[in-house]
Structures are given as structure tokens and as C-alpha cells.
Write a protein that binds this ligand. Structure first.
Ligand SMILES: [Mg+2]
Length: 433
């Protein structure tokens, strides 16, 4: 099993029913504190995956309603900060927030929802540049909503340069069109999700990369590095109503990478890969958690995050990866303190994203909790030895993610999200009511 197969795993889904967690794979969160009733301001928060944790398609999982009854106070206000993190992308945050509000019986704001493309808001260095957007659904509006002010679509390119899109003979121009003179130079590409008419999208994106974004100019040498490419959602396959898995955006990226390499002999480079399990998605989640803390006036910074998900390859891998990243950052700070020097982070993204300059560096850990109400099936998905599950199957993760079997091991496996909340409350010495 592999990184990008989260939706593929749904091929083995059965109707939802509570299951006892596998005793052998259960791991603790470490040193559970004795139960108490102290209600100090929260120093921890939750990241909840949506599909398979809180809802299944159009149906809410009963344990989710039970969990949220524990998470809200008598005024219906959350007692701890919560962010919902999903790899879905072809919709609006407002719509997803409304769905969650209806399902969970509390008011969820769009600022609590992270879709696969939401972290693009942090890439401010591109917001004023002319960006080509690719995908389906409201991609142009989504791009503008996360801060991009100068957006062109694949359709805009095709309309301006009709001679470039030649695969479908019925769409070729009947007469030679006049040359386009006023089309802007494209300075970057954002891949939101799998588009329709792949041949058109692949052709025009490659054209943009080979022409350095200037489609009016003659192409001489291949510019390299090419203009920046940002990609959201690396899921290779996903499971819908059909019995076999469907192509996800990861497949489109495989096509684009291979065409680029075949044509130029060089690797397609990504400025960023966004969506679970990317670190930047968790950085953005942390950012939204800290914003909630400030809005609510809670005096203590958040030190611990608990990420609850149903998919070992995205939710668990991502949370564990972020936990490792936090530990490395903490170590680097400690070493820098000893030397009296400035911390140099090894994360490329921080400087570019201006992350961590916006809030206190308080977060110490991000623990992963795996639930059995969705993709994960402890009888079929996860052999006791994670190497077995990885080495025996094809790697479905993205090209740029090295697979580490230890990262799919959850800190803890529980039956459902309600048990996850109970477990964290106990660990945090937090009253259940
Ligand atoms: Mg899920």
C-alpha cells in the first residue's frame, strides 16, 4: 500500500459499523495522566479528517456527533481549537463548512476548513503574478479566494492560441486565426486537480513551460528551471461508486512529469506539493489553530496537536511527518540557542511562506490517531509489520515523497472519533463533560 492510495483503499470498504480496535496494533499516546476535572485554557487542539472520520458520503457517523457533544460547552462553543483537514478541492470552503455544521450540529466557520488548495493562501510571493490555473470546478474563483489576483485559465490560453490545441480534430480552427498580441506572460502554474480534456491541458501546460510563459514568442532553448509549478492533491486514485478505483490528480501529475521529461530530458520541478501528507498543509493547520486561539482569547499557546484520520497513507503519514519536522525544528532551535546563533531552518517553505514569523513557536508535537470507521480496515490493510504492506505492493505515492514505513504507524488506533476524543481528553487530564 502506498502514499497516494487513500481513496483506493475504499475498494474494500464495507457498510459502516463499529469495530473493536486491534489490540496488537494499539499504541498509546504516552503516559496517560490521571483523570481530573481541571478546565484550564486548552494547550492542545484537534485536526480532523472529514471523510471516513466524521461522515461517510452523505451520512454522518454517529460517533462524530457524540464526539462533538464532548467538544462543545453548554453554549455550543468549542472548548478546544479544531480544524478540519481534507484533500477535497473542487468545492468552496463555505460549502464544506456548511455541510459540517449540518452534520455535527455546531457552527463550523470556513476558517476552520482546509481543502487541498487552502494553503496556497500562504504563497504570497505568487499572489500578484500572472498564474495559469488548471483543474475543474470553480478553480478560477478558488484561486482568487486564496489571494491570486492575476489568473488565466486553460480556456483563456486555448481561446487566445487556438492553433496550440490540435488533438481533437473537431476543435481545430477552420481558418487561420489572427495572431494574438495582448496575452500576458504567464509567470507560474497552479494545478488544482484533475481537469477534463487531459490532452488539451497537458499540451498547453507543456507549451507554457517550454515557452517560459510567453506563448507569443518563438521557442529557442528550453528554459530550465522552468517557471514555478504548484500542485494540490497528489492522490493517485480514488474510489467512487464504481467497483474499480478512478484516476485522481496524482495520475495527471504522473502524465505531466513524464511528458516533460520525455520532451526535455529534464525533471519537472514543483515549487510546492500541497494537501495531505505535505508538511505545508499541517503548517497551515497549525496557523489556523493559533488564529482560533487568538480569536477566542485563550491565554495559553497550543503545544500539542492530535490529528485524527482514517487513512494511514495520508492522515497518519502526514501527521507523523509533521511531528518529525517539529522535533527537528525544536532541536535546531536548541542547538542555535547553545551557539547563540540564528536558527536556519531546513524547510524551504518557511522563509518563502513567512510562516512561523506570525505566531509563537509553541507547538511541540502532532500525534496521529487512526480510526476504523473509514478507509482503514485493520483486518486487511495493515499487517503487523508495516514493511510487509509497503514492500509487497506498488508504491502509489508521489515521485517526490520518499516512503518511510514507520510514518504509517499511528500513535494510537481507536474504534472511532468519539474514542479518539475521549483518549485525548484523558491524556490531557481534561474533563469529558
Ligand atoms: Mg478520510
Amino acid at each position: 500500500m502506498a502514499l497516494g492510495c487513500c481513496r483506493l483503499c475504499r475498494a474494500v470498504l464495507r457498510p459502516w459499523r463499529p469495530r473493536a480496535p486491534p489490540a496488537s496494533s494499539q499504541r498509546g499516546l504516552g503516559g496517560a495522566a490521571p483523570r481530573g476535572v481541571a478546565q484550564t485554557p486548552p494547550t492542545f487542539g484537534f485536526l480532523f479528517d472529514i471523510d471516513g472520520v466524521l461522515v461517510r458520503g452523505r451520512y454522518v457517523i454517529p460517533a462524530a456527533q457524540e464526539a462533538f457533544r464532548k467538544l462543545v460547552d453548554s453554549n455550543g462553543q468549542l472548548r478546544v481549537p479544531v480544524v478540519f483537514v481534507t484533500n477535497a478541492g473542487n468545492c468552496f470552503r463555505q460549502a464544506k463548512a456548511q455541510e459540517l455544521s449540518d452534520a455535527l450540529g455546531l457552527e463550523v466557520s470556513p476558517e476552520q476548513v482546509i481543502l487541498s488548495h487552502s494553503p496556497l493562501r500562504l504563497f504570497r510571493q505568487f499572489h500578484e503574478k500572472c498564474m495559469l490555473v488548471c483543474g475543474q470546478g470553480p478553480v478560477e474563483e478558488n484561486a482568487r479566494n486564496v489571494g491570486f489576483q492575476n489568473v488565466v485559465t486553460i480556456q483563456d490560453v486555448r481561446k487566445a492560441f487556438p492553433l496550440l490545441d490540435m488533438v481533437d480534430q473537431s476543435r481545430r480552427p477552420k481558418e487561420l486565426p489572427p495572431p494574438t498580441t495582448d496575452f500576458p506572460t504567464i509567470e507560474g502554474v497552479i494545478l488544482f486537480g484533475e481537469p477534463v480534456r487531459w490532452e488539451t491541458n497537458l499540451q498547453l501546460i507543456i507549451d507554457v513551460l517550454l515557452s517560459n510563459g510567453s506563448l507569443r514568442a518563438d521557442v529557442a532553448d528550453v528554459p530550465y528551471p522552468h517557471i514555478p509549478v504548484l500542485a494540490c492533491n497528489m492522490d493517485l486514485l480514488w474510489m467512487a461508486e464504481a467497483k474499480m478505483p478512478r484516476f485522481g490528480h496524482g495520475i495527471f501529475l504522473v502524465c505531466l512529469e513524464n511528458i516533460y521529461k520525455k520532451v526535455t530530458g529534464k525533471e519537472l520541478k514543483y515549487e510546492a506539493l500541497i494537501g495531505k501528507p505535505s508538511i505545508v498543509t499541517y503548517q497551515y493547520a497549525e496557523y489556523l489553530i493559533q488564529q482560533q486561539v487568538e480569536r477566542r482569547g485563550w491565554p495559553s499557546p497550543i503545544c500539542r496537536l492530535y490529528a485524527v484520520g482514517d487513512n494511514p497513507m495520508s492522515d497518519i503519514y502526514g501527521a507523523n511527518l509533521y511531528d518529525s519536522y517539529l522535533k527537528a525544528a525544536c532541536q535546531a532551535r536548541a542547538q542555535a540557542d547553545m551557539k547563540g546563533s540564528v536558527v536556519m531552518t531546513d524547510s524551504q517553505s518557511e522563509d518563502r511562506l513567512e510562516l512561523r514569523k506570525d505566531w509563537n513557536v509553541s507547538l511541540e508535537s502532532c500525534k496521529s490517531i487512526l480510526v476504523c470507521t473509514g478507509v482503514y480496515n485493520h483486518h486487511e490493510d495493515m499487517p503487523a509489520d508495516p514493511h510487509e504492506s509497503v514492500l509487497g505492493t506498488v508504491f502509489h505515492g508521489h515521485r517526490d515523497f520518499c516512503f518511510d514505513p514507520s510514518l504509517v504507524q499511528a500513535s494510537c488506533v481507536v474504534r472511532d472519533v468519539n474514542e479518539a476524543v475521549e483518549l485525548v481528553f484523558e491524556k490531557e487530564n481534561w474533563s469529558q463533560e
